[in-house]
Write a protein that binds this ligand. Structure first.
Ligand code: LRH
Ligand code: MN
Length: 425
């Protein structure tokens, strides 16, 4: 289903008057604070978040998977679904592919279909955490970290193949998440596994085109439950530093032990110019891959507050913005629309933080005032500003209501049936 400008206009009509009133009231309030509405809107419109190709169907857990119907079962259908999201919220102009779940058969056709819905290709993800049917050797006991040189070479070759695929699609980054680790003390040598991983990543790094980045994603546990080779930001940062200037650390919000201060990790990485990208999601306990901002919206705001300040005060390049979530209960497209709105809202809140007075509060140890400044921004309802930024770029004032009023899911089920299944998690 292709969403047209007429679709957007017809569904916006009933909301225009209320929205205009709410936006004008807010704009007046923000201008009184000395904020420039146009620049806020431009910054919000410029924030484009990549959609993970593996999150366009119904995810599952080891305990079960409940299909929602109308799922994309081909790469072209996935691209069309990202096109639906982008048409509604004008905030998702690219897809992040996972190889081999999304290997293009006909590159010209894929590029043409993507252009038809105005989306491009963000970072490509390698996968050495599953064995492919025809695979000569298994990744059961690891891939780039494996003691067996032949298995390491297999995994290195796969990553090189992923880069070649990405190059044909115009992607500019390789995301490496390694499941490699151990589930029992004594199972493997921590030092040997790290050395193997470093040497393997060096071979892959040598294959990176000049204008590409390598994003090294860390995770404390799962699928192994005693140790993970790249377990935390420090290990990823260490490897990125050893590899070179094209290597960075990727922060998946769900890849932290409970109560970890993620915004401090981000600030440290930005200080070193090594914050390469994000996988946005939310979680209560583990790597739950829930809707962004659905559990800890204040943490998400603090993460964006550090980003806004960091962009002003460090040389860290603009990171890759991606969602990494898994949808077990909600319509996957509605879930992604909610995640996008939460990200835009947190960014808008961070953009109105009075950074100058915050610095003064920090200088004069006025702790209460510092908190007042942050919470004032967090408690300001900026939804009309986010909606206006989307409306001005030709999107829906309420993407999720337009999605429902246009009966998109019903249309997809009619076309694809209730049994179609998307490759991915
Ligand atoms: C690992 C991870 C990684 C992806 C996978 C789908 O938990 O976050 O980013 O490869 O999810
Ligand atoms: Mn991730």
């Amino acid at each position: 289903m292709k969403i047209t400008a007429d679709h957007i206009q017809s569904t916006n009509k009933s909301r225009e008057i209320t929205h205009a009133r709410e936006f004008n009231f807010l704009a007046e309030n923000l201008e009184k604070r000395g904020l420039n509405i146009e620049s806020l809107i431009q910054k919000l419109q410029a924030l484009q978040i990549a959609v993970p190709s593996w999150a366009l169907g119904t995810g599952g857990t080891r305990f079960g998977r409940f299909s929602g119907g109308g799922e994309p079962s081909t790469l072209i259908q996935k691209i069309q679904d990202v096109g639906i999201i982008h048409a509604l919220n004008r905030s998702s102009d690219s897809v992040s592919l996972h190889i081999p779940w999304d290997i293009p058969k006909d590159y010209d056709e894929i590029l043409q279909k993507a252009a038809e819905v105005e989306i491009g290709f963000d970072a490509v993800n390698s996968n050495t955490f599953q064995d492919q049917a025809d695979q000569a050797r298994s990744y059961k006991f690891g891939s780039l970290a494996n003691n067996d040189k032949a298995i390491r070479e297999l995994a290195i070759e796969h990553n090189k193949e992923v880069i070649r695929i990405g190059e044909k699609l115009g992607s500019k980054a390789l995301t490496v998440w390694l499941a490699d680790g151990s589930s029992f003390p004594g199972q493997h040598s921590f030092r040997k596994a790290l050395q193997n991983t470093h040497e393997s990543l060096q071979e892959i790094y040598r294959e990176l085109p000049e204008d590409w980045k390598m994003l090294i994603e860390y995770k404390p546990y799962e699928p192994y439950f005693y140790s993970t080779v790249i377990q935390d930001w420090g290990t990823s940062f260490l490897l990125a530093n050893k590899l070179g200037e094209k290597a960075y650390t990727l922060v998946d919000l769900g890849h932290h032990l409970p109560n970890t201060n993620i915004e401090q990790i981000e600030a440290t990485l930005m200080t070193e110019g090594k914050l390469g990208g994000f996988h946005f999601n939310d979680s209560k306990y583990g790597d739950d891959d829930l809707t962004v901002g659905s559990i800890k919206p204040y943490q998400l705001f603090l993460i964006f507050n550090e980003l806004v300040a960091g962009f002003e005060e460090t040389a860290n390049p603009s990171p890759a913005w991606m969602i990494d979530a898994s949808h077990n209960l909600k319509d996957s497209l509605e879930d992604l629309l909610q995640s996008m709105e939460a990200i835009k809202l947190a960014y808008a809140q961070a953009l109105i933080v009075d950074q100058k007075t915050l610095h003064e509060s920090q200088t004069f140890q006025d702790v209460a005032q510092a908190q007042e400044i942050l919470q004032d921004a967090f408690r300001t309802d900026l939804r009309p500003l986010v909606r206006e930024s989307i409306r001005q770029s030709g999107g829906a004032i309420s993407p999720i209501l337009s999605y429902r009023e246009l009966k998109v899911r019903e249309n997809l089920i009619q076309k694809r049936g209730t049994k179609s299944k998307a490759s991915g998690l």
